[in-house]
Design a protein around this ligand. Structure first.
Ligand code: CP
Length: 305
């Protein structure tokens, strides 16, 4: 396989291989002072970001550096994109400089798929519009498996702004592939048309679903992708769909709380929940580096760790 564009690119064996490779990398680096492997020495990874990012951009950079690749960080802001240069010409320019892999985040759904037709190297989708964010789903699956010991039969409830969430789309697909049972809980206005064909249950009553959830994944309300008439009042939204301490108390004993970040503390998730022992939010960030190392390693065919 040359690219990772969406969760559907991975069957169960592929996805499990990524998770197992991340676990092997974690094991190989555990206790080491210098967290570096020589596997991608001489290869070049370009991070091509047309949209803001903290976690994904930094963790891809760290992942490539820990594999000893050369890394170029390209941000559309401050580049010749502001002079009108197209995605295709930008990509061909980067390829001419020897990019073996292009990690792309773009505001347009489908941009990584277009890119994959134009470049010879591997393309990794780091989030495209409201479409997909496959490495987020992989790091979420890795975190669930690490905390709960399995994915098969795990009941995952994904809550909130599903309509605008590439994280939800990728997670529904990947978690289903890996045998988890996914339920979406959202206001009807924040569910996409066609959600009935997704491999997930749909519910509207968070309080009814929480006692039957092993994992609760809260989604950020993406105000920047909504027009004002769509945007729910923060107070009403958090009353019906926010996860606070009272709601967290009805979860089964071992249940975990996830959030891909960035969070709207006090809206979809209360600060005391985000900072609680059930929360895996910081682990998700750390696991993001291991998963992205595994993805780059598998796509670029490094020598064994
Ligand atoms: N979860 C996630 O994609 O975060 P960033 O937007 O900060 O990369």
């Amino acid at each position: 396989r040359r690219h990772l564009l969406e969760a559907a690119d991975l069957d169960r064996a592929d996805a499990t291989l990524v998770l197992d490779t991340a676990a092997q990398i974690d094991q190989a680096l555990a206790g080491r002072e210098v967290k570096k492997l020589p596997t991608l020495r001489g290869r070049t990874v370009v991070n091509l970001f047309y949209e803001d990012s903290t976690r994904t951009r930094i963790s891809f950079e760290l992942a490539a550096k820990r594999l000893s690749a050369d890394v170029i960080n390209f941000s559309a802001k401050g580049s010749s994109v502001s002079k009108g240069e197209s995605l295709k010409d930008t990509a061909l320019t980067l390829e001419a400089m020897g990019a073996d892999a292009v990690v792309v985040r773009h505001w347009a759904s489908g941009a990584p798929h277009r890119l994959a037709h134009w470049v010879r190297g591997s393309v990794v989708n780091a989030g495209d519009g409201t479409h997909e964010h496959p490495t987020q789903a992989l790091l979420d699956a890795y975190t669930i498996r690490q905390r709960l010991g399995r994915l098969d039969g795990v009941r995952v409830t994904i809550v909130g702004d599903v309509l605008h969430s590439r994280v939800a789309r990728s997670n529904v697909g990947l978690l289903h592939t890996l045998g988890a049972e996914v339920t979406l809980v959202a206001p009807p206005t924040l569910l996409p048309v066609g959600v009935g064909s997704w491999p997930a249950e749909v519910g509207y009553d968070l309080d009814a679903v929480l006692p039957k959830s092993d994992v609760v994944m809260m989604l950020r309300v993406q105000a920047e992708r909504m027009n004002a008439s769509f945007f729910p009042s923060a107070r009403e939204y958090s009353r019906r769909y926010g996860l606070d301490a009272r709601r967290m108390a009805v979860l089964p004993d071992d249940a975990i709380v996830m959030h891909p970040g960035p969070m709207n503390r006090g809206m979809e998730i209360a600060a005391e929940v985000a900072d609680s022992v059930r929360s895996t939010i910081v682990e998700q960030v750390a696991n993001g580096v291991s998963i992205r190392m595994a993805v780059l390693y598998l796509l670029l065919g490094g020598s064994p760790a």
